[in-house]
Design a binder for this molecule. Structure first.
Ligand code: NAP
Length: 259
């Protein structure tokens, strides 16, 4: 039987690319996002593998449990969970809507955590049987420093990285691999959704195909942290050594639209 990958946020950008990569590498898929039409298009495109569609709004508090129970009722076991769904918002914290920022925290952190919680026991069993098992969490280079102008988003990605690293330590030797992908700016709908298309950061975006491939290959190799692109990797190292007030200043500049 083929292994199964559950990919969140598969309706566009990196999630769409992950779906194509896992399908091309022998996985059946479960894909989720809110846009059902896009998920159906993906299903039609990937007709050589089983693609199960579960449209879901992951900003809803019980969405992870619902998703798990729906797959359980269909006897679908998930080998690999790709926690990719997420979004950012640009602007001053107190000027952005509180509800939107709460939804962002729910999608980027809480649902990601809940999904991991629900699917992990099954993954441990699959790993015990010698099957592939693991979680690929999508954080960001935003995880490495504070980000004025996108404060909640940066903080949410710092959570994803810290949570994933902690979990990787807990699961060492179990056969369940935990990797974290930390992309820099990438050509997807991200900046449009974040209302930040004119941000300086957007100008240096990498291709989504290249970034997802780096994530997939890093995950297959059991790499803990994957940072696509030399400049992004150098920036992450630099952020480790700079005082956070200085790295926050650099991030503030990149998050701005001033020329
Ligand atoms: N692009 C970048 O520059 C960049 C850099 C670093 C990290 N990332 C991270 O990469 C991940 C993927 O984003 P992307 O760049 O591929 O952007 P994208 O093209 O906007 O894709 C975001 C995906 O998340 C899904 N999503 C958003 N809110 C959702 C919700 N409430 N419920 C269910 N699904 C939801 C979207 O699906 P629906 O709209 O159909 O629900 C979409 O499939 C995110 O975690 C993002 O933070 C992106």
């Amino acid at each position: 039987m083929k292994p199964t990958a559950l990919i969140t946020g598969a309706s566009s950008g990196l999630g769409y690319e992950f779906a194509r990569l896992f399908a091309a590498n022998g996985y059946d898929l479960v894909v989720t996002a809110r846009n059902e039409v896009k998920l159906q298009e993906l299903q039609n495109e990937l007709e050589h593998v089983d693609v199960t569609i579960v449209p879901k709004d992951l900003s809803q508090p019980h969405s992870a449990e619902e998703l798990y129970k729906e797959l359980d009722s269909k006897d679908i076991q998930v080998n690999v969970l790709v926690n990719n769904a997420g979004f950012g918002l640009t602007g001053a914290f107190d000027k952005l809507s509180l509800q939107e920022q709460q939804d962002m925290m729910q999608v980027n952190m809480t649902t990601l955590t809940d999904l991991t919680y629900w699917f992990l026991p099954e993954m441990k069993k699959l790993a015990n049987k010698g099957e592939p098992a693991g979680v690929l969490n999508v954080a960001s280079t935003a995880a490495f420093q504070p980000g004025p102008g996108m404060s909640v988003y940066y903080a949410s990605k710092a959570y994803v990285l810290s949570f994933s690293e902690g979990l990787a330590g807990e699961l060492k030797g179990t056969g369940v691999n935990i990797s974290t992908l930390c992309p820099g700016a990438t050509e997807t709908n991200f900046f449009k959704t974040a209302r930040g298309e004119k941000m300086k950061l957007a100008a240096s975006a990498m291709s989504a195909t290249v970034v997802a491939k780096a994530g997939f290959e890093g995950f297959q190799k059991g790499q803990r942290i994957i940072i696509p692109g030399r400049t992004n990797a150098a920036g992450a190292v630099l952020a480790k050594f700079l005082p956070s007030s200085i790295s926050a200043k650099i991030a503030k500049n990149l998050n701005s639209t001033d020329s």
